[in-house]
Design a protein around this ligand. Structure first.
Ligand SMILES: Cc1ncc(COP(=O)(O)OP(=O)(O)O)c(N)n1
Ligand SMILES: Cc1nc(C(=O)O)sc1CCOP(=O)(O)O
Ligand SMILES: [Mg+2]
Length: 218
C-alpha cells in the first residue's frame, strides 16, 4: 500500500479483494472504477482462482491502470512471478503458497509482500521479523468467498496493534454491518470481497459506507 497512507496509524482503510473469476475484465473495470470512486481504497488484490496465466495477464493489464491512476496499490495474489512480470505493486502469499523469503527473493525489495497468518501470533511475528510489509489475520467471520478458513478472534488485532508497527490486515466475511469491532480492535486495513461486490446497493455504495465508518473511527 502507498507509504504515505501508513503514517496515519489509527486510520483503518479498505483493501479490496477481487472476485475469484472475472469473465470480462473490460466490463469488470467499470465496476472497479465505480467502487474505487466511491471512497478511500488503499489496495486492490487480483485474486483469480483456477484460471490460466493468460487470463490473469489480461485481467491485470486491464485493471492495473484503473488502480494505479487512482493511487490504489495493485497486489497480485499467490504469484510473485506474475507480480513482477505484470508490474504489480506487490504480492500476497499464503502459508500454502510459498515461504515469505522466496516471495521476497522473486519480487525484490521495492514491491510489497503481504503474508497470510490466519490466527497465529507466531506466524505473524515470523513474517514481520523477516520483513513482510503487512500481516493478514482471519477469518473474523464466515466467508461466502472462501469456504475453508481458520476462525480468528479480535484479540489478535488488539495484541498486534499494541505491539507492532507492521500493519495488520483483517479478512474474512467483513461487511459494512459487522466491521466496526474489527476496526476498533486495531486493524489497519479491512480486506473485503463479498462485502463490497455483493452489497445490496452495489460496490460504490459499499465503499462509500466503509469510508464513512473509517472516518467516524479516526
Ligand atoms: C489480504 C489477504 N489476506 C489473506 C489472504 C488469503 O491468502 P491465502 O491463505 O493464500 O488464500 P487464497 O487467497 O490464496 O485462497 C489473501 N488472499 N489476502
Ligand atoms: C481470501 C480469503 N482469505 C481468508 C482467510 O481467512 O485467510 S478469508 C478470504 C475471503 C475474503 O472474502 P470475503 O470478504 O468475501 O469473505
Ligand atoms: Mg494464496
Amino acid at each position: 500500500m502507498p507509504s504515505e497512507q501508513q503514517s496515519a496509524a489509527t486510520h483503518c482503510r479498505l483493501y479490496l479483494i477481487s472476485p475469484e473469476r472475472i469473465e470480462h475484465p473490460t466490463i469488470f473495470a467499470d465496476d472497479l472504477r465505480a467502487a474505487l470512486d466511491g471512497g478511500d481504497v488503499a489496495a486492490f488484490q487480483l485474486r483469480l482462482k483456477d484460471v490460466s496465466d493468460d487470463a490473469i495477464t489480461h485481467a491485470a493489464d486491464t485493471l492495473r491502470p484503473v488502480c494505479q491512476q487512482r493511487d490504489v496499490a495493485f497486489i497480485m495474489n499467490d504469484r510473485p512471478d506474475l507480480a513482477v512480470k505484470l508490474d504489480c505493486d506487490g504480492v500476497h502469499v499464503g502459508q500454502e503458497d510459498m515461504p515469505y523469503a522466496e516471495a521476497r527473493r522473486i519480487v525484490g525489495p521495492e514491491r510489497q509482500v503481504g503474508v497470510t497468518c490466519k490466527a497465529s501470533r507466531h506466524l505473524a511475528m515470523e513474517a514481520a521479523e523477516a520483513g513482510a510489509d503487512y500481516v493478514a489475520f482471519g477469518a473474523f467471520f464466515p466467508s461466502g468467498t472462501k469456504a475453508v478458513t481458520t476462525p480468528a478472534e479480535l484479540d489478535i488485532l488488539e495484541w498486534w496493534s499494541g505491539l507492532m508497527e507492521v500493519p495488520c490486515v483483517a479478512i474474512g466475511g467483513i461487511t459494512v454491518e459487522n466491521c466496526r469491532p474489527v476496526i476498533a480492535a486495531g486493524a489497519d486495513f479491512l480486506a473485503v470481497a463479498g462485502g463490497v461486490w455483493n452489497h445490496k446497493d452495489g460496490p460504490k455504495a459499499a465503499v462509500r459506507a466503509f469510508s464513512e465508518i473509517f472516518s467516524a473511527h479516526r
